[in-house]
Write a protein of this length. Structure first.
Length: 579
């Protein structure tokens, strides 16, 4: 018995010594507490980055002065973190007392030493195959409260993770990913709540912003960004249009603790790009919303683009600044909007103060005294400025109290040609149908890209009736001479479609599913290919980065251009250089 007791004591002492050694090896920031008070005073900790935008005001301004024009040339690389993902990388890391927390697509969280790059732990989240984000598998970061990290996932889960060891604490499903809902933003922690919004405006969702208890994940409140019958703003929708009105929320908001208001931007109405199908202002799409973070109650709103025809999501980050306005101190909101206009609002009341274009704009001649745009729709076939990506997009702006300047990334001299077509809602499919291209060739590229994404979501459609109809619709009248099998994707592997086996004088562009059944599509006429070479992504769910391109040279028999394809599959074909 005595021997057993001594062994137990030795084990406890050894374990205690091990934990002490571990604490010495791992900086104490892994156990640091990020309280609500620290988040409120985040600007006082310039060595840290405690929220997505650095502070609740979202200015992304640092008062640090160690690096200046005289010594910036002396900066050198110390370490590199290699993300284990080839998806888009749009995350903003948090830095808490020397520990950096960042995400990589689709939904992994990594804790590493900001000084050395050493990885402490990695949390892997298994994303549902039902997820279908419109514009890439993206995650923009995490939020922190206490020693808990919070991540919004692309399949609409909110996950709490122990910042000390990377273990999941709770995991709540917020919406149905199969219906098109997604989350790509970094959450915002206000007091004891975690606030998020949902993406998916291209799928006809009904957007919402919701707050969840940080300790349990229980929903505290939800604000629907498209009002139902009987709710204020519903009169701006016609019939049942509101049910699929979108107004998604996919970037992180801001917070004013003095006013106790949190501000969030909303996206385009649905269906996208077709205002005639949804008459009215379509509230609360393309708005900034001021909400009570304790209850979710709407205090005020301002709409930037009523009845949006151009996909001008107003989800940009609200930048909060206190400054003199006409000789008096005022709480302001600065906003560089996707529609090409810069706005200054009173963030206490939502009153419009001033605004003007920061890029070329021709969809509106200006803003009236209340900030409402004065529409100048362009004639059919004429370009609209700014284009579909907007004057700016998801890229975070910043404001410097030192210079008094607002900084943002812009698209200069960028336009799109719009023409509208009505579309019916089908759950889980894109709720838009509009030619938003700069040319017919670009439109085919966009349609093929959408088809590839559909196949990634559901490979069973690859050779089904929907795919066959899509292939015929993209290239009407084009058929392979040896029959419909290659065009419609039948199962015979030997059915290779070659350029000298086409009817109608059309050039073949086809690809292989890496050893599986080949698919043949027929592109534009040879003369069109010669004048305007296409760059078409391959519809390959297993290898989405493969793509096929038409050659700049005049196509001849048996000459098809491949980029990135497996050479072993190109039997009987000549490899041409990429254009």
């Amino acid at each position: 018995m005595m021997r057993k007791t001594i062994l137990q004591m030795m084990f406890r002492n050894s374990r205690r010594a091990f934990l002490v050694c571990l604490a010495l090896l791992v900086p104490g920031a892994l156990c640091a507490q990020v309280t609500s008070e620290r988040l409120l005073r985040a600007p006082d900790e310039p060595r840290n980055w405690l929220t997505y935008s650095g502070s609740y005001s979202s200015q992304r301004f640092s008062p640090l002065k160690q690096i200046d024009p005289t010594n910036v040339k002396n900066l050198e690389l110390k370490w590199v973190f290699q993300a284990q993902s080839l998806q888009k990388f749009e995350t903003t890391p948090l830095v808490v007392d020397g520990i950096m927390y960042l995400t990589q697509s689709p939904n992994d969280v990594i804790a590493l030493d900001a000084k050395t790059g050493r990885v402490f732990w990695v949390y892997h989240y298994a994303t549902s195959p039902d997820s279908r984000p419109c514009c890439g598998i993206v995650n923009r970061g995490v939020a922190i409260l206490g020693d808990t990290l919070f991540m919004a996932t692309v399949d609409t889960h909110l996950v709490a993770i122990d910042a000390r060891n990377g273990h999941a604490l709770w995991n709540n499903k917020l919406a149905d990913a199969a219906a098109g809902y997604a989350m790509t933003m970094a959450p915002l922690v206000v007091k004891d709540k975690v606030i998020v919004g949902v993406a998916g405006g291209e799928y006809g969702i009904r957007g919402f912003i919701a707050a969840y208890e940080a300790h349990s994940g229980k929903e505290a409140w939800r604000f629907n960004t498209v009002p139902a019958p009987g709710e204020p703003g519903h009169e701006t929708w016609h019939g049942d249009d509101w049910k699929h009105g979108s107004a998604a929320v996919w970037l992180t908001g801001s917070y004013d603790p003095d006013l106790n208001l949190t501000y969030w931007g909303t996206g385009n109405p649905g269906p996208d790009w077709n205002p005639g199908q949804r008459p009215g202002d379509n509230l609360y799409s393309d708005c900034v919303l001021a909400l009570d973070p304790d209850t979710g109650k709407l205090k005020w709103f301002f709409q930037f683009t009523p009845n949006d025809a151009y996909d001008y999501d107003s989800v940009q980050i609200p930048v909060l600044a206190d400054m003199d306005w006409n000789g008096s101190p005022r709480k302001l909101m600065l906003w560089g909007n996707r529609n090409g206009f810069f706005y200054v609002l009173d963030r206490t009341t939502g009153k419009f103060l001033t605004g003007g274009p920061f890029v070329k704009v021709n969809w509106a001649s200006g803003l009236d005294a209340k900030g409402r745009p004065i529409p100048t729709p362009q004639p059919p076939g004429a370009p609209t400025f700014p284009g579909i990506q907007g004057g700016t997009n998801w890229y975070s702006p910043s404001y410097s109290p030192r210079t008094g300047l607002f900084y943002l990334s812009t698209w200069e001299g960028y336009s799109t040609v719009f023409t509208g077509v009505d579309v019916n809602y089908r759950e889980g499919l894109r709720y838009r149908r509009r030619d938003c291209s700069r040319s017919p060739h670009r439109q085919k590229e966009v349609e093929l890209r959408d088809a590839r994404r559909q196949l990634q979501r559901d490979p069973d459609h690859c050779f089904g009736p929907a795919f066959r109809r899509r292939a015929r619709g993209l290239f009407p009248g084009a058929r392979c001479a040896h029959g419909r099998a290659a065009v419609e994707g039948e199962s015979r592997r030997r059915n290779h479609c070659r350029a000298d086996q086409l009817s109608g004088g059309r050039q073949a562009v086809h690809f292989h599913r890496l050893g599986e059944r080949p698919v043949c599509l027929c592109s534009a006429r040879r003369s069109e290919l010669t004048k305007a070479p296409l760059r078409l992504p391959a519809l390959c769910p297993k290898h989405p980065r493969e793509y096929i391109s038409a050659c700049r040279k005049a196509p001849t028999k048996r000459h098809v251009a491949y980029v990135g394809a497996n050479p072993a599959l190109l039997v009987g074909q000549r490899m041409l250089a990429a254009p």
